[in-house]
Design a protein around this ligand. Sequence first.
Ligand SMILES: Cc1ncc(COP(=O)(O)O)c(C=O)c1O
Length: 400
Amino acid sequence: MSFKHINFFMTKSFKTFLKHTAKDFHNQSVNPPVVRASTIIFKSMQHIRKTQAKAQKNPTGGYYDYGRQGTSTSHILQKILTKLEESYHVFTTPTGFGSVFLAIFSVVRPGDEIIVADPVYSPTRTLTQDYLKEFKIKTVFYNPHDLKTLENNITKKTKLIFVENPGSNSFEFQDLEKIISIAKKNKIYTAIDNTWATPYYFKPIKLGFDMSIVSATKYYSGHSDVMGGSLAVNKKVFNKVRAAERITGLRLGPDDAYLITRGLRTLDVRLDRHRENAKKVAGFLSKNKKFKLLYPYKKDSFNFRMWKKYYSGASGLMGLKIKAKNVNSIRKFVNSLKLFGYGYSWGGFESLVLHQEFGETGNRKYLNLAEDEHLVRLHIGLEDPNDLIADINQALRHLK
Ligand SMILES: Cc1ncc(COP(=O)(O)O)c(C=O)c1O
């Protein structure tokens, strides 16, 4: 496949890059077209062999001989994401969870052990806590705020440390440099789920992680209508991930790749606005004694310091620890919000709310919730933040 007609247009500013990259001058379209192909067609026997030889020499160069490997549509998205991540390469998968699976199964084998942050996304917990057992892989969970529980559990068999930052629904921020240095000292691979911030606010590969996952379903696509995942890697793990990607066939389809590329055009604008809106809503919520705000807002906390140390911004997803007499009061509060839709996922343009029932937080070891405490997650969208505050304010009367 030739990309001569695509202008990748590298500029210093990432914001400008996102607006001008990947114009298609051959088709005269601002956005590159969707190229759908199962058969990749060649002019001759020599042409296919020549392309395969090029692919061998340059495995990230966008040379394909079959549709399962992708088309120019996925290659363009991968090139844009590689620039955003400042990584060696980015693999794209049909869902974010596909990238979690790919990261783990690329480097872990039967008999190995892995260490996982206690507050990971609950399907990641199910995968590592239960499913890996069937492959004779042992998992230990560590306390995100006590890295001794990580260090003390490392054995000769430990292969991977899997981090999610901040913690899913409980929003703990960890000391990431310490984790990387522990891993390097013990020659252990590292992976992080960076969906909350995206590399627009934090670049894990630059800091020293081997693999970094983003669910493209969230802020990359930005419109609550696409599923996808990205797995950024450094050179050290590239061949391992490439081999696992080939054998599992975990690749993003062209229509979704197109929509995610289109979403990325406005990633910076949307995320900056999510951040501004979330800061205003957080200011309002932090004044109410019924709430403990789980968001980097209060300057005196460990979480805030760790966020400040590694992140250049915060996204629109936050948690609330709410003291309430019973779950009924929480239900009434949540149900009477008019501008916050009730549903899974986040990262789209609109506000959402979710009460974290037990199944959603997983069977965590280090989550200390009193009986009268409940976790509610808010996604602060792109609406007028004054309307969002007014909506929360009117719903407060139900919190008893
Ligand atoms: C932090 C995090 N990682 C991964 C995923 C999985 O992404 P997907 O839903 O695209 O499979 C999610 C989904 O909610 C998530 O919140």
